[in-house]
Design a protein around this ligand. Sequence first.
Ligand code: AHR
Length: 347
Amino acid sequence: MRPLIVACLLLAVALVSGCPQQSAQTPSTTPSAQAPPVKAEPAKAPSSGPTSTLIPGLEGRTIGFSQIGAESDWRRAETKSIKDEAAKLGVDLKFADAQQKQQNQIQALRSFIAQKVEAIVLAPVVETGWEPVLREARDAGIPVVLVDRGVKVTDESLYATLIASDFVAEGRMAAEWLAKKMKGQANIVELQGTPGAAPAIDRKQGFEEGIAQFPGMKITKSQSGDFTRAKGKEVMEAFIKAEGKSIQAVYAHNDDMALGAIQALEAAGMKPGQDVIVVSVDAVKAAFEAMIAGQLNATVECNPLLGPAAFDAVAKLLAGESVPKKIVQDQLFDQSTAAADMKTRQY
Ligand code: AHR
Protein backbone atom coordinates (compact mmCIF):
# COMPACT_ATOMS: atom_id res chain seq x y z
CA MET A 1 0.00 0.00 0.00
CA ARG A 2 1.36 3.31 -0.94
CA PRO A 3 1.40 6.09 1.72
CA LEU A 4 -1.82 8.08 2.16
CA ILE A 5 0.03 11.32 2.03
CA VAL A 6 2.56 11.82 -0.68
CA ALA A 7 4.59 14.89 0.31
CA CYS A 8 6.93 15.78 -2.42
CA LEU A 9 6.83 18.25 -5.24
CA LEU A 10 7.42 18.15 -8.95
CA LEU A 11 10.11 19.84 -10.85
CA ALA A 12 9.53 18.87 -14.47
CA VAL A 13 12.52 20.15 -16.32
CA ALA A 14 12.58 20.09 -20.11
CA LEU A 15 14.20 21.99 -22.93
CA VAL A 16 12.18 23.18 -24.94
CA SER A 17 0.19 27.35 -24.18
CA GLY A 18 -6.47 27.43 -23.04
CA CYS A 19 -9.41 25.71 -21.70
CA PRO A 20 -13.10 26.67 -21.68
CA GLN A 21 -14.14 29.24 -19.11
CA GLN A 22 -17.01 28.35 -16.79
CA SER A 23 -18.77 30.61 -14.36
CA ALA A 24 -21.97 30.76 -12.32
CA GLN A 25 -22.15 33.39 -9.63
CA THR A 26 -25.12 31.91 -7.84
CA PRO A 27 -24.90 28.49 -6.20
CA SER A 28 -26.25 25.76 -8.41
CA THR A 29 -26.89 22.09 -7.90
CA THR A 30 -25.26 19.32 -9.84
CA PRO A 31 -27.46 16.36 -10.62
CA SER A 32 -27.23 13.53 -8.12
CA ALA A 33 -25.64 10.32 -9.30
CA GLN A 34 -25.65 6.81 -7.92
CA ALA A 35 -22.75 6.23 -5.55
CA PRO A 36 -20.51 3.33 -6.51
CA PRO A 37 -20.05 0.42 -4.12
CA VAL A 38 -17.77 1.54 -1.31
CA LYS A 39 -15.25 -0.15 0.93
CA ALA A 40 -13.96 1.21 4.24
CA GLU A 41 -10.30 0.75 3.46
CA PRO A 42 -7.46 3.14 2.66
CA ALA A 43 -7.20 3.74 -1.05
CA LYS A 44 -4.00 3.55 -3.03
CA ALA A 45 -2.56 6.88 -4.12
CA PRO A 46 -3.14 7.18 -7.86
CA SER A 47 -0.16 8.41 -9.83
CA SER A 48 -2.07 11.46 -11.03
CA GLY A 49 -3.93 12.62 -7.97
CA PRO A 50 -4.67 12.49 -4.25
CA THR A 51 -6.23 9.59 -2.42
CA SER A 52 -9.75 8.67 -1.41
CA THR A 53 -10.50 6.20 1.36
CA LEU A 54 -13.97 5.52 -0.08
CA ILE A 55 -15.81 6.01 3.19
CA PRO A 56 -19.53 5.48 2.65
CA GLY A 57 -22.16 7.97 3.62
CA LEU A 58 -22.12 10.89 1.23
CA GLU A 59 -24.85 9.78 -1.16
CA GLY A 60 -27.64 12.33 -1.14
CA ARG A 61 -25.82 14.62 1.31
CA THR A 62 -25.91 18.34 0.47
CA ILE A 63 -22.50 19.98 0.35
CA GLY A 64 -21.58 23.50 -0.76
CA PHE A 65 -18.45 24.24 -2.78
CA SER A 66 -17.28 27.83 -3.06
CA GLN A 67 -14.72 28.06 -5.85
CA ILE A 68 -12.51 31.08 -6.54
CA GLY A 69 -13.20 31.29 -10.27
CA ALA A 70 -11.90 29.86 -13.55
CA GLU A 71 -8.77 31.96 -13.91
CA SER A 72 -6.37 29.21 -14.92
CA ASP A 73 -6.13 25.71 -16.36
CA TRP A 74 -5.20 24.58 -12.85
CA ARG A 75 -8.40 26.07 -11.37
CA ARG A 76 -10.60 24.45 -14.03
CA ALA A 77 -8.94 21.10 -13.32
CA GLU A 78 -9.62 21.50 -9.59
CA THR A 79 -13.29 22.34 -10.23
CA LYS A 80 -13.63 19.29 -12.47
CA SER A 81 -12.01 17.04 -9.89
CA ILE A 82 -14.42 18.18 -7.18
CA LYS A 83 -17.52 18.04 -9.40
CA ASP A 84 -16.56 14.62 -10.76
CA GLU A 85 -15.98 13.21 -7.29
CA ALA A 86 -19.28 14.65 -6.03
CA ALA A 87 -21.13 13.03 -8.94
CA LYS A 88 -19.34 9.73 -8.33
CA LEU A 89 -20.31 9.73 -4.65
CA GLY A 90 -23.89 10.86 -5.25
CA VAL A 91 -23.35 14.14 -3.40
CA ASP A 92 -25.90 16.90 -3.93
CA LEU A 93 -23.28 19.59 -4.67
CA LYS A 94 -24.11 23.26 -4.53
CA PHE A 95 -21.46 25.00 -6.60
CA ALA A 96 -20.66 28.71 -6.63
CA ASP A 97 -18.01 30.39 -8.79
CA ALA A 98 -16.88 33.65 -7.14
CA GLN A 99 -15.18 35.10 -10.20
CA GLN A 100 -12.09 35.78 -8.10
CA LYS A 101 -13.92 38.04 -5.62
CA GLN A 102 -13.84 37.32 -1.90
CA GLN A 103 -17.16 39.13 -1.43
CA ASN A 104 -18.84 36.64 -3.77
CA GLN A 105 -17.38 33.76 -1.77
CA ILE A 106 -18.65 35.21 1.50
CA GLN A 107 -22.12 35.60 -0.06
CA ALA A 108 -21.99 32.01 -1.32
CA LEU A 109 -21.04 30.71 2.13
CA ARG A 110 -23.96 32.63 3.69
CA SER A 111 -26.26 31.18 1.05
CA PHE A 112 -25.00 27.65 1.80
CA ILE A 113 -25.60 28.22 5.53
CA ALA A 114 -29.13 29.50 4.85
CA GLN A 115 -29.77 26.39 2.70
CA LYS A 116 -28.56 24.22 5.62
CA VAL A 117 -25.86 22.35 3.71
CA GLU A 118 -24.15 19.64 5.76
CA ALA A 119 -20.58 20.70 4.96
CA ILE A 120 -18.78 23.40 3.02
CA VAL A 121 -15.73 23.03 0.80
CA LEU A 122 -14.00 26.38 0.38
CA ALA A 123 -11.11 27.40 -1.89
CA PRO A 124 -10.41 30.83 -0.41
CA VAL A 125 -9.17 33.46 -2.87
CA VAL A 126 -7.18 35.38 -0.25
CA GLU A 127 -5.88 34.53 3.20
CA THR A 128 -7.57 37.16 5.39
CA GLY A 129 -11.11 38.36 6.09
CA TRP A 130 -12.81 35.01 6.71
CA GLU A 131 -13.41 34.98 10.46
CA PRO A 132 -16.99 36.37 10.59
CA VAL A 133 -18.41 34.01 7.97
CA LEU A 134 -16.47 31.00 9.25
CA ARG A 135 -17.86 31.74 12.70
CA GLU A 136 -21.38 31.75 11.19
CA ALA A 137 -20.72 28.33 9.67
CA ARG A 138 -19.36 26.98 12.93
CA ASP A 139 -22.33 28.38 14.88
CA ALA A 140 -24.61 26.58 12.41
CA GLY A 141 -22.68 23.33 13.03
CA ILE A 142 -21.36 23.15 9.44
CA PRO A 143 -17.76 21.88 9.07
CA VAL A 144 -15.59 23.76 6.56
CA VAL A 145 -12.94 21.94 4.53
CA LEU A 146 -10.41 24.26 2.92
CA VAL A 147 -8.99 23.16 -0.40
CA ASP A 148 -5.96 24.52 -2.22
CA ARG A 149 -5.39 27.77 -0.29
CA GLY A 150 -5.14 28.47 3.41
CA VAL A 151 -6.60 31.25 5.56
CA LYS A 152 -5.16 33.36 8.36
CA VAL A 153 -7.45 33.15 11.37
CA THR A 154 -6.77 33.61 15.07
CA ASP A 155 -9.01 30.63 15.89
CA GLU A 156 -7.94 27.59 13.93
CA SER A 157 -11.05 25.69 14.97
CA LEU A 158 -12.94 27.81 12.43
CA TYR A 159 -12.06 25.27 9.76
CA ALA A 160 -11.68 21.51 9.96
CA THR A 161 -8.76 20.86 7.64
CA LEU A 162 -6.74 22.32 4.79
CA ILE A 163 -5.95 20.12 1.78
CA ALA A 164 -3.21 21.89 -0.12
CA SER A 165 0.24 21.94 -1.58
CA ASP A 166 3.35 23.37 0.01
CA PHE A 167 3.57 26.65 -1.89
CA VAL A 168 6.76 27.79 -0.16
CA ALA A 169 8.48 24.59 -1.23
CA GLU A 170 7.24 25.13 -4.79
CA GLY A 171 8.84 28.61 -4.91
CA ARG A 172 12.04 27.26 -3.44
CA MET A 173 12.24 24.49 -6.00
CA ALA A 174 11.72 26.94 -8.87
CA ALA A 175 14.53 29.13 -7.45
CA GLU A 176 16.93 26.26 -7.00
CA TRP A 177 16.32 25.02 -10.50
CA LEU A 178 16.78 28.52 -11.97
CA ALA A 179 19.95 29.26 -9.98
CA LYS A 180 21.46 26.07 -11.30
CA LYS A 181 20.38 26.76 -14.85
CA MET A 182 21.72 30.35 -14.72
CA LYS A 183 24.88 29.40 -12.84
CA GLY A 184 23.92 31.82 -10.05
CA GLN A 185 23.74 34.92 -12.25
CA ALA A 186 20.43 36.32 -13.61
CA ASN A 187 18.27 39.38 -13.88
CA ILE A 188 14.84 37.94 -13.09
CA VAL A 189 11.38 39.39 -13.53
CA GLU A 190 8.65 37.91 -11.32
CA LEU A 191 4.95 37.54 -12.19
CA GLN A 192 3.11 37.23 -8.89
CA GLY A 193 -0.28 35.63 -8.33
CA THR A 194 -3.36 37.36 -6.91
CA PRO A 195 -2.40 39.83 -4.15
CA GLY A 196 -3.14 38.40 -0.72
CA ALA A 197 -3.53 34.82 -1.99
CA ALA A 198 -1.61 32.12 -0.13
CA PRO A 199 0.19 30.78 -3.22
CA ALA A 200 1.28 34.29 -4.26
CA ILE A 201 2.65 35.06 -0.79
CA ASP A 202 4.26 31.69 -0.27
CA ARG A 203 5.69 31.17 -3.75
CA LYS A 204 7.32 34.60 -3.53
CA GLN A 205 8.76 33.77 -0.12
CA GLY A 206 10.04 30.38 -1.22
CA PHE A 207 11.65 31.77 -4.34
CA GLU A 208 13.36 34.57 -2.43
CA GLU A 209 14.65 32.04 0.10
CA GLY A 210 15.90 29.87 -2.72
CA ILE A 211 17.92 32.59 -4.46
CA ALA A 212 19.20 34.17 -1.20
CA GLN A 213 22.42 32.24 -1.33
CA PHE A 214 23.14 33.44 -4.88
CA PRO A 215 24.03 37.15 -4.80
CA GLY A 216 24.03 37.23 -8.60
CA MET A 217 20.37 36.17 -8.81
CA LYS A 218 18.40 39.42 -8.71
CA ILE A 219 14.65 40.10 -9.02
CA THR A 220 14.63 43.34 -11.00
CA LYS A 221 10.83 43.69 -11.37
CA SER A 222 7.94 42.01 -9.58
CA GLN A 223 4.21 42.58 -10.14
CA SER A 224 0.91 40.71 -9.94
CA GLY A 225 -0.47 39.09 -13.09
CA ASP A 226 -3.48 37.79 -11.07
CA PHE A 227 -2.81 34.18 -12.08
CA THR A 228 -4.23 34.79 -15.58
CA ARG A 229 -2.72 34.44 -19.01
CA ALA A 230 -4.02 37.84 -20.17
CA LYS A 231 -2.62 39.70 -17.17
CA GLY A 232 0.64 37.77 -17.34
CA LYS A 233 1.07 38.94 -20.92
CA GLU A 234 0.15 42.53 -20.09
CA VAL A 235 2.56 42.76 -17.16
CA MET A 236 5.33 41.09 -19.14
CA GLU A 237 4.87 43.66 -21.91
CA ALA A 238 5.43 46.40 -19.31
CA PHE A 239 8.50 44.59 -17.97
CA ILE A 240 9.94 44.34 -21.49
CA LYS A 241 9.30 48.04 -22.06
CA ALA A 242 11.12 48.92 -18.84
CA GLU A 243 13.97 46.41 -18.90
CA GLY A 244 14.31 45.30 -22.50
CA LYS A 245 16.97 42.74 -23.31
CA SER A 246 18.50 42.88 -19.82
CA ILE A 247 15.77 40.40 -18.73
CA GLN A 248 17.41 36.99 -18.52
CA ALA A 249 14.74 34.99 -16.72
CA VAL A 250 11.04 34.98 -15.85
CA TYR A 251 9.66 33.42 -12.67
CA ALA A 252 5.86 33.14 -12.90
CA HIS A 253 3.73 31.98 -9.94
CA ASN A 254 1.65 29.86 -12.35
CA ASP A 255 1.79 28.38 -15.82
CA ASP A 256 -0.95 30.58 -17.25
CA MET A 257 1.03 33.76 -16.49
CA ALA A 258 4.18 32.15 -17.87
CA LEU A 259 2.30 31.32 -21.09
CA GLY A 260 1.13 34.93 -21.32
CA ALA A 261 4.71 36.10 -20.74
CA ILE A 262 5.91 33.80 -23.50
CA GLN A 263 3.48 35.47 -25.91
CA ALA A 264 4.77 38.91 -24.88
CA LEU A 265 8.40 37.86 -25.30
CA GLU A 266 7.75 36.45 -28.75
CA ALA A 267 5.85 39.58 -29.80
CA ALA A 268 8.88 41.62 -28.71
CA GLY A 269 11.17 39.52 -30.91
CA MET A 270 12.79 37.67 -27.98
CA LYS A 271 13.06 33.89 -27.77
CA PRO A 272 11.45 32.48 -24.59
CA GLY A 273 13.20 29.31 -23.52
CA GLN A 274 16.47 30.45 -25.10
CA ASP A 275 17.16 34.21 -24.78
CA VAL A 276 15.00 34.34 -21.68
CA ILE A 277 14.67 31.33 -19.37
CA VAL A 278 11.12 30.80 -18.10
CA VAL A 279 10.16 28.84 -14.98
CA SER A 280 6.68 28.56 -13.44
CA VAL A 281 4.41 26.48 -11.18
CA ASP A 282 1.41 24.11 -11.79
CA ALA A 283 2.57 21.64 -14.46
CA VAL A 284 -0.63 21.77 -16.51
CA LYS A 285 -0.74 20.14 -19.94
CA ALA A 286 -0.25 23.46 -21.74
CA ALA A 287 3.00 23.92 -19.82
CA PHE A 288 4.23 20.51 -20.98
CA GLU A 289 3.33 21.48 -24.54
CA ALA A 290 5.27 24.75 -24.16
CA MET A 291 8.26 22.85 -22.78
CA ILE A 292 8.16 20.44 -25.69
CA ALA A 293 7.96 23.45 -28.05
CA GLY A 294 11.07 24.92 -26.41
CA GLN A 295 9.35 28.04 -25.00
CA LEU A 296 9.06 27.11 -21.32
CA ASN A 297 12.03 25.69 -19.46
CA ALA A 298 10.60 24.23 -16.25
CA THR A 299 7.45 23.96 -14.15
CA VAL A 300 6.94 22.80 -10.56
CA GLU A 301 3.86 20.67 -9.99
CA CYS A 302 0.94 21.78 -7.85
CA ASN A 303 -1.72 19.05 -7.89
CA PRO A 304 -5.29 20.30 -8.50
CA LEU A 305 -6.98 16.89 -8.23
CA LEU A 306 -8.34 17.54 -4.76
CA GLY A 307 -11.85 16.09 -5.12
CA PRO A 308 -11.20 12.63 -3.64
CA ALA A 309 -9.30 13.99 -0.63
CA ALA A 310 -11.85 16.75 -0.04
CA PHE A 311 -14.84 14.37 0.08
CA ASP A 312 -12.86 11.84 2.05
CA ALA A 313 -12.34 14.53 4.71
CA VAL A 314 -16.01 15.58 4.54
CA ALA A 315 -17.16 11.98 4.94
CA LYS A 316 -14.95 11.49 7.97
CA LEU A 317 -16.10 14.72 9.55
CA LEU A 318 -19.77 13.87 9.00
CA ALA A 319 -19.11 10.45 10.52
CA GLY A 320 -17.65 12.14 13.61
CA GLU A 321 -14.07 11.14 12.87
CA SER A 322 -11.09 13.44 13.21
CA VAL A 323 -8.97 14.60 10.27
CA PRO A 324 -5.46 16.07 10.24
CA LYS A 325 -5.37 19.87 10.26
CA LYS A 326 -3.32 19.93 7.08
CA ILE A 327 -3.11 17.39 4.28
CA VAL A 328 -0.37 17.95 1.70
CA GLN A 329 -0.43 15.88 -1.49
CA ASP A 330 1.95 16.23 -4.39
CA GLN A 331 4.20 14.07 -6.52
CA LEU A 332 7.50 14.45 -8.25
CA PHE A 333 8.15 13.90 -11.94
CA ASP A 334 11.27 14.52 -13.96
CA GLN A 335 12.33 14.85 -17.56
CA SER A 336 13.10 11.18 -17.91
CA THR A 337 9.38 10.26 -17.83
CA ALA A 338 7.82 13.53 -19.04
CA ALA A 339 6.78 12.25 -22.48
CA ALA A 340 5.17 9.13 -20.99
CA ASP A 341 3.54 11.06 -18.12
CA MET A 342 2.18 13.56 -20.60
CA LYS A 343 -0.05 10.83 -22.09
CA THR A 344 -1.88 10.27 -18.82
CA ARG A 345 -2.03 13.85 -17.52
CA GLN A 346 -5.55 14.72 -16.42
CA TYR A 347 -4.89 18.47 -16.27
O1 AHR B 1 -3.99 28.27 -5.62
C1 AHR B 1 -3.41 27.56 -6.68
C2 AHR B 1 -3.10 28.51 -7.80
O2 AHR B 1 -4.29 29.19 -8.20
C3 AHR B 1 -2.56 27.83 -9.06
O3 AHR B 1 -1.20 27.79 -9.11
C4 AHR B 1 -3.03 28.81 -10.09
O4 AHR B 1 -2.87 28.37 -11.41
C5 AHR B 1 -4.40 29.06 -9.63
O5 AHR B 1 -5.16 29.96 -10.30
